[in-house]
Design a protein around this ligand. Structure first.
Ligand code: SAM
Length: 336
């Protein structure tokens, strides 16, 4: 096996993949309870087990010094964390950081969109699984569609370089809205990505019963729209198609039907400071003890992060035929 390398302070794993993208979850709390993401009753972490915003900022600065150019802030719902804006302001202008982006359910955007843009957030992903208010509530268990749509309007008004909807299609829940959702994205001049449901954590349904392959979704869309494959990438796992004469790209994030691990450039940090090397595997390094034991010395953290490159797995291993989830962590824990 090849040894991991640090070349000019960049992170490269033992398979030669350059890691330059971190997803940092700043809270495990969320104001929604999406049926595919978590169980209805979840307990949340006590405050002292969660990274402080200062610790989050310190980690981001260290990763940027190690060549990470893209940072996604996620959760839980990142914008329900008190003072979350402080973190965006603190890291938004870091030299070396190319892109600060956020994934949100949109519920707080009406209030925060402009401030996020001013802080330096370039792109924003908004999760939206239905355009029917009642169904939206059923999928999110508690969400208010109107509030999210007002949040989207505020984001458009704030002038982000790019806004993208993220949709998880589920058979029997919202698969009849595929075309409507794309038409909505076209009307809004924004992008949309379809994410295949992943077996992360135990939920009320079997994943196999709701799974829809993105190949099926693409074929359906091709009956209604011309789709031109694009080589464009936003540095994440989505493969994009353009719809001519519109400003909309349709992305497909297909962990099942098109495994994207060979080009994986990402690692994830939970709000507990666990550095997960793969969304679908258990390999991790705990950064919290080092953050707290060495508040003024970054060297032990840097050593641990460099060492983590040795255990980044080759790929995830999702198999929907298995009864148990691929990993027991909910997406809301690892950070989507
Ligand atoms: N609260 C924010 C939001 O709603 O976007 C950020 C966190 S959420 C966990 C991030 C993304 O993960 C959302 O787009 C959500 O739809 C997606 N997600 C959650 N659980 C998933 C699963 N089991 N399979 C596929 N996508 C999932």
């Amino acid at each position: 096996m090849l040894a991991p390398t640090v070349q000019n302070n960049v992170l490269i794993d033992r398979y030669g993949r350059r890691v330059d993208y971190i997803r940092l979850s700043i809270t495990d709390r969320c104001d929604f309870r999406c049926v595919y993401c978590r169980s209805e009753d979840m307990s949340f972490l006590p405050r002292d087990e969660v990274l402080s915003l200062e610790e989050c900022a310190r980690l981001v600065k260290i990763f940027v010094s190690l060549g990470v150019g893209k940072v996604r802030i996620t959760g839980g719902e990142p914008l329900v964390r008190k003072n979350a804006l402080w973190l965006f302001e603190e890291i938004g202008q870091l030299p070396g950081l190319r892109e600060l982006v956020v994934t949100t359910n949109g519920s707080q955007l009406e209030q925060y969109a402009q401030a996020l843009r001013d802080a330096g957030v370039k792109r924003i992903n908004i999760s939206l699984d239905s355009l029917h208010a009642e169904r939206f509530r059923k999928i999110t268990r508690v969400g208010d569609l109107d509030k999210v749509l007002r949040g989207l309007a505020a984001a458009r008004q704030a002038g982000f370089e790019n806004i993208k909807l993220n949709t998880v299609l589920m058979r029997g829940f919202n698969d009849d809205e595929t075309i409507n959702l794309v038409d909505f994205a076209i009307a809004q001049n924004i992008d949309i990505s379809f994410i295949e449901e992943m077996p992360l954590g135990e939920v009320d349904h079997t994943r196999n019963s709701t799974f829809i392959s993105n190949d099926t979704t693409l074929k359906l869309l091709q009956q209604h729209h011309t789709l031109i494959p694009s080589t464009e990438s936003t540095g994440g796992p989505a493969r994009y198609w353009r719809i001519p004469h519109t400003n909309t790209r349709v992305g497909f994030i297909s962990p099942h039907s098109h495994n994207f691990c060979e080009s994986c450039n990402r690692i994830r940090i939970t709000c507990k400071g666990e550095l997960y090397l793969c969304l679908g595997q258990e390999d991790k390094v705990d950064l919290m003890p080092l953050l707290r034991e060495f508040p003024y010395d970054d060297a032990p953290l840097i050593e641990a992060i460099l060492g983590s490159m040795q255990i980044k797995p080759k790929g995830h291993d999702f198999d929907l035929r298995r009864a148990e989830p691929a990993v027991v962590r909910f997406m809301s824990v690892t950070g989507g």
